[in-house]
Design a binder for this molecule. Structure first.
Ligand SMILES: Cc1cc2nc3c(=O)[nH]c(=O)nc-3n(C[C@H](O)[C@H](O)[C@H](O)COP(=O)(O)OP(=O)(O)OC[C@H]3O[C@@H](n4cnc5c(N)ncnc54)[C@H](O)[C@@H]3O)c2cc1C
Length: 408
């Protein structure tokens, strides 16, 4: 696909339109620009800057890929994506650091689950090893627990800095990143996609939906029924005061619950030197409702009427209730943290901005585990890109570009 021209004063024409200026959309645009240097592309972002939602509100971890089902898209793109991300950051002078991660079994009952993660890590080619209590203390002197996996290659980075760098590269290549531009709807007509936005009509040869928390809605507005629905789970964090930074050198994580791999508060060293802890996971009362005071009534009602969510909630209401309790009670949050690091106290914590995970749920109430990307005529929809999609973004972008039909 080659140069597109503006044939009409009101309708801009592009080869590719990408919805969403989060890290997945920007990485996809970057890979497209690499693969098709003569194509014209546009990123449509409704906010006044890129990376303001999931991308700008996450833990900033460069995941190793230890948790994911071997052979899954998550496992493959996380492993490859971590290397690509590290190389990208080094090339563009963005700070990153392999600070290492300890996954801790608090007591003997958690050791079999720890072993299963270790086997998964080996199957995925992760550089990791099991350590006993003594060695754990050498790595993280304040960590509790009886055994751990040490993943030396896990790192940290600032994903907003990466996303802004991607934007700069696109800009330098004369590609368009249109901020304050909301995608409204699209339809395929003849050999192109007609796209209505808040700032006018666009024509594109191909549309890629990387709309994060709104990806299912966007697919609907493209005239198709999404096979899954997004349920927004808010994760709340606390910053740790500088006097307690010595309690964690790198990353300290619990053994995850396989049904909810994203649950379990942890300690995260940040690339700016700070330390944070969290997140928990509660149902957000709106896709961008970042605290309990923000309520988007119609979005909340839609979630509460979603049969998939109701089935999920019916099965796991106890887990949900304890997460809500931890959200409302700082003392309960601190107790969860003290399982990992007993010396942490409530006085060490100050509230930090929350993030919201776009988790796809099926109609029969299952959390979609792997990344989910659906292709249609002249359109691709990224429908599930939760963690580790920031780590994996450059390779998710690659996979999307490689999967486009011949001639695109
Ligand atoms: C609490 C939390 C912790 C996490 N920790 C990590 C981690 O440590 N490591 C890791 O690898 N991953 C982590 N993740 C996951 C990671 O942040 C996401 O997988 C990744 O950011 C997804 O990027 P995205 O571009 O798909 O979505 P987003 O960053 O949400 O971007 C989507 C963009 O689409 C835009 N948009 C939506 N609708 C429209 C519309 N109609 N028109 C125009 N634009 C629109 C939005 O404004 C937004 O900018 C975490 C996520 C959360 C929430």
């Amino acid at each position: 696909m080659e140069h597109a021209i503006n044939t009409n004063q009101n309708t801009a024409k592009y080869d590719f339109a990408i919805i969403g200026g989060g890290i997945v959309g920007m990485a996809t645009a970057y890979r497209l620009a690499q693969r098709h240097p003569n194509a014209r592309l546009v990123v449509l972002e409704k906010e006044s800057a890129v990376g303001l939602h999931q991308t700008g509100r996450n833990s900033g971890v460069l995941h190793s890929g230890i948790y994911y089902q071997p052979g899954s898209m998550k496992a493959k793109t996380c492993r490859e994506g971590k290397l690509s991300m590290e190389a990208f950051c080094s090339e563009h002078s963005i700070a990153w650091n392999q600070c290492g991660k300890l996954i801790v079994a608090i007591d003997e009952t958690e050791v079999p689950a720890l072993d299963r993660i270790f086997q998964r890590g080996l199957a995925n080619g992760v550089v990791c090893r099991k350590v006993d209590r003594l060695e754990m203390r050498e790595i993280e002197p304040h960590a509790a627990g009886v055994a751990a996996i040490h993943v030396r290659e896990t790192g940290i980075v600032d994903y907003v800095a990466v996303t802004n760098q991607l934007k700069k590269i696109l800009h330098d290549r004369h590609q368009a990143v249109r901020l304050n531009t909301t995608f409204l709807k699209a339809s395929v007509a003849k050999n192109e996609v007609q796209i209505e936005t808040s700032s006018g009509l666009i024509q594109a040869g191909y549309l890629i939906n990387c709309g994060g928390l709104y990806c299912d809605k966007i697919m609907q507005r493209c005239g198709s029924k999404p096979p899954v629905k997004i349920v927004p789970f808010r994760g709340e964090y606390y910053l740790i005061r500088p006097n307690a930074w010595g309690l964690c050198r790198g990353l300290i994580y619990p053994v995850p619950d396989p049904s909810f791999p994203f649950l379990g508060v942890h300690f995260t060293r940040m690339i700016d030197g700070g330390l944070e802890c969290g997140p928990n996971a509660v149902l957000a009362l709106g896709r961008e409702a970042y605290d309990w005071k923000s309520i988007h009534v119609s979005e909340t009602l839609a979630t509460l009427c979603n049969p998939g969510f109701l089935r999920l909630a019916g099965k796991y209401w106890r887990t949900g209730a304890s997460e809500v309790y931890r959200s409302l009670s700082k003392a309960a949050f601190v107790t969860a943290l003290q399982r990992l690091v007993p010396d942490i106290t409530a006085a060490d914590l100050t509230p930090a901005p929350a993030g919201i995970r776009a988790q796809a749920v099926t109609a029969d109430g299952k959390l979609v585990d792997d990344f989910l990307i659906v292709h249609q005529e002249r359109m691709t929809h990224v429908l599930n890109a939760p963690s580790p999609a920031a780590t994996a973004s450059l390779e998710i972008g690659n996979a999307i570009v490689q999967s486009l039909p011949q001639g695109m």
